[in-house]
Design a protein around this ligand. Structure first.
Ligand code: ZN
Ligand code: ZN
Length: 317
C-alpha cells in the first residue's frame, strides 16, 4: 500500500510503500477514504511531543470502509487495558497503558489501516467522508473541552482552527455566546468565526467587550493562559485542550483568585465520541475543509503550521 511515514522527528514526512497491514484478532481492516490532519500530527512531526514508535504513520481522524462495506471512524483512542484504575472508573481517556492511533499504532495517512473494532465509531450518514473526518479529533476532543465549561453562557475560544470552528457551531446551537480570539491582525479568521455565529471576534491581546464565564485554549501558546484568565468573571474556568503547550508565564495570583480555575483535557473516551457524533448532525456541524492527496501530507502540515487555511485539512488517499 501507499503510505506516508514519519521516520525521524523534526524532518519531513515522506511517501513510501509498506506491506498491506493484516488484521489481528478483533481488528478491522479498513480502506481509508479520508483522514483529517490534527495539530498533534504537527507536534509529532516537529518534535514538540515525543514519538513512541518510529517510523510511524501519522493521522488519527480516519474514515474507512471495512471489508464488508461498513463505514467507520477511527479516533485517537486506539486501545486501552480495561483494567487500570482509570479504565475501571469511567476515565479510559487516562488509561495508564492506553495506545493512541497515529502515535503508538500506525494511523491514517495511508491507503489501508487496521483498527481494534471496539474503539471504532459509527459515523452519521448525513456527512461525507471529507466532512466527517475532522469530527474525529477536533470535534470530539473539542466537545469534551466544551463539556468542562459547564453551563457557561459566554465562552472564549483561543486558536480558531479545526476544533474551534466546530465547537463554535455547537456552542451557538446550545444558546451560548462565543468570543473568538485569533492572532493579532488575522482578520480573515475573525471574519470566519463571525460567519459561524461568534458574537465577537478579535485579537487574543485585546479584552473582549464583556467578562466571560469560560475560555477554551486550542492554541499551543502558554502565554494565552494568563491572558484568558484575565477575561474571566469570578468562578470561570480556563480549559487547555491541546496535547502540547509552551511554558505558561508566571502571573499574579489575583487573576486566579475569585474561584477561577485552569484545567487541561486529555484524549477522549468512547462515550465522548458517541455523544458528539450524535449531536453533530443535529446542530448541524459543517466542517470547512481543504483537501490534499496522500503525497502532499507534508504540505498539509506546512500549511497548518503557517495558518494558511480555515477549518481543517483532510487527506484523501
Ligand atoms: Zn488530534
Ligand atoms: Zn486502563
Amino acid at each position: 500500500m501507499r503510505a506516508v511515514i514519519l521516520e525521524r522527528q523534526g524532518e519531513p514526512v515522506k511517501p513510501t510503500t509498506l506491506p498491506d497491514p493484516e488484521p489481528g484478532p478483533g481488528q478491522l481492516r479498513l480502506k481509508i477514504r479520508a483522514c483529517a490532519v490534527c495539530r498533534t500530527d504537527l507536534h509529532l512531526r516537529d518534535h514538540e511531543i515525543e514519538a513512541t514508535k518510529l517510523p510511524v504513520v501519522l493521522g488519527h481522524q480516519i474514515v474507512g470502509i471495512t471489508d464488508d462495506g461498513r463505514r467507520v471512524g477511527v479516533p485517537w483512542l486506539g486501545w486501552t487495558d480495561g483494567t487500570c484504575r482509570y479504565c475501571t472508573s469511567n476515565r479510559e481517556n487516562l488509561c495508564v497503558n492506553g495506545k493512541f492511533t497515529g502515535r503508538d499504532i500506525d494511523g491514517g495517512f495511508a491507503e489501508l489501516t487496521v483498527a481494534d473494532e471496539r474503539y471504532c465509531l459509527e459515523l452519521p450518514d448525513e456527512l461525507s467522508d471529507e466532512q466527517a473526518a475532522p469530527l474525529l479529533c477536533g470535534g470530539l476532543i473539542g466537545y469534551r473541552a466544551l463539556r468542562f465549561t459547564g453551563d457557561a453562557t459566554k465562552i472564549g475560544l483561543y486558536g480558531f482552527g479545526s476544533a474551534a470552528h466546530q465547537i463554535c457551531q455547537v456552542a451557538v446551537h446550545q444558546g451560548r455566546e462565543v468570543f473568538a480570539f485569533t492572532r493579532a491582525g488575522d482578520e480573515r479568521t475573525q471574519e470566519f468565526a463571525r460567519s459561524l455565529g461568534a458574537t465577537w471576534a478579535g485579537s487574543s491581546t485585546e479584552p473582549p467587550p464583556e467578562q466571560l464565564d469560560a475560555a477554551i485554549i486550542f492554541a499551543s501558546a502558554g502565554e494565552l493562559v494568563p491572558q484568558a484568565l484575565k477575561t474571566l468573571a469570578p468562578g470561570g474556568t480556563v480549559v487547555c485542550a491541546g496535547i502540547h503547550m509552551t511554558d505558561i508565564p508566571s502571573f499574579p495570583y489575583e487573576i486566579l483568585w475569585g474561584e477561577r480555575s485552569i484545567r487541561s483535557v486529555a484524549n477522549l473516551t468512547r462515550e465522548d465520541g458517541e455523544e458528539f457524533l450524535a449531536i453533530a448532525p443535529q446542530v448541524p456541524v459543517r466542517t470547512t475543509t481543504t483537501t490534499y492527496p496522500l503525497d502532499r501530507v507534508e504540505q498539509a502540515l506546512t500549511d497548518l503550521r503557517a495558518g494558511r487555511f480555515e477549518g481543517a485539512a483532510v487527506v484523501l488517499p
